[in-house]
Design a protein around this ligand. Structure first.
Ligand code: FE
Length: 204
């Protein structure tokens, strides 16, 4: 893994409803870019780490593998999150996405209630995923970038609920931030992700 990752500046949202530009600036420039810097550092060190000293209690190799997972998922989840709130004004879920949400959750509102609860109950993320093993849509809650995420799944909608995502605007109040998030979702992006997930499911 020698090629360095660069930040995707084109994903930075601006002018959202209920989430200030200052809040987004801190989040994008400090937190997201911090993960980009650190995954490059981890990959650099993995090139030369002493694999003969690998140990499950403590070893440099173990520490690097744990932080590889934390930092790469930090990059990936933030990119998906920023992309799915950028330029979403007046967008609506596609008919196909609505059908899948209704089939899996009963109705759009029931899906939304569950996603909101997921965002309140978990410490890091709420992620609507398409599970390639079952073909189900599931709201996957994560306590950290690399804690409790389902494998063999494709993320469709990503919500960051870390304090750093809303404290500048809301202080400790997470719920108004989650409601603002719903107002800004770019459903065109989410609907396209479902299309891609369905194609992958068909192909495997
Ligand atoms: Fe974040």
């Amino acid at each position: 893994m020698s090629e360095k990752l660069g930040p995707k500046d084109e994903l930075k949202p601006k002018g959202l409803k209920g989430i200030s530009d200052q809040q987004l600036e801190y989040h994008f420039e400090t937190h997201y870019k911090g993960y980009v810097t650190k995954i490059n550092e981890v990959w650099e060190r993995l090139q030369t780490v002493d694999r003969s000293k690998a140990n499950q209690n403590f070893s440099e190799y173990r520490a690097l593998k744990v932080e590889e997972s934390f930092n790469l998922m930090g990059v990936v989840l933030h990119e998906l999150y920023f992309e799915n709130i950028k330029d979403g004004k007046d967008s609506k879920p596609s008919a196909k996405l609505m059908k899948h949400l209704e089939k899996n959750f009963g109705s759009f509102e029931k899906w939304k209630d569950d996603f909101r609860a997921c965002g309140i109950a978990l410490r890091g993320w709420a992620v609507l995923i398409y599970d390639l093993s079952t073909g189900k849509l599931i709201n996957n809650g994560l306590d950290a970038h690399n804690v409790y995420g389902f494998l063999n799944a494709i993320p469709l909608l990503v919500l960051d609920v870390y304090e750093h995502a809303y404290y500048a605007d809301q202080g400790p109040k997470r719920l108004p931030y989650i409601e603002a998030f719903f107002e800004n979702v770019n459903w065109n992006v989410v609907s396209k992700r479902l299309e891609r997930a369905l194609k992958v499911h068909k192909a495997i």
